[in-house]
Write a protein that binds this ligand. Structure first.
Ligand SMILES: [Zn+2]
Length: 132
């Protein structure tokens, strides 16, 4: 899918930087902002497994850390090392439901397949600030 080649290629490059000595499960992500900036993330594991942070959270936290907010984000790509589509884990979905707009494209890619979804599809009836 040519439209998303820019973020998919950056996500694959980020994946090479994954620190995954325990799972050997390499994931990369890339957020593109509407003004043309890119923020990459890779998964970073820890011997205390629960402290591991996923690629897509690292990427979107980078974007937010640089001052961008959900209205500024054009899309996010997530890729893995194998030939299986990597979808965000539950923790990441909860983060993305707050930090992305409901219809922001979430681009899941392998070498052979690209699926474009969004957080509304991935996490319907989610808990948000509207629930408070
Ligand atoms: Zn995750």
């Amino acid at each position: 899918m040519v439209k998303y080649n820019d973020i998919l290629s950056r996500a694959y490059k980020a994946m090479e930087n994954a620190y995954a000595p325990y799972s050997n499960f390499f994931v990369g992500a890339c957020v593109k902002t509407k003004d043309g900036n890119y923020f990459i993330g890779a998964n970073v594991e820890n011997a205390s497994y629960g402290l591991t942070n996923c690629a897509e959270r690292n990427a979107i936290f980078q974007a937010y850390s640089n001052g961008y907010r959900q209205d500024d984000i054009e899309a996010i790509a997530i890729v893995g090392k194998g030939n299986t589509l990597i979808t965000p884990c539950g923790a990441c979905r909860q983060v993305l439901v707050e930090l992305l707009k409901r219809d922001t494209p979430i681009v899941l890619g392998t070498k052979d397949e690209v699926v474009v979804t969004n957080i509304e599809e991935l996490m319907p009836m989610s808990f948000t600030s509207d629930s408070l």
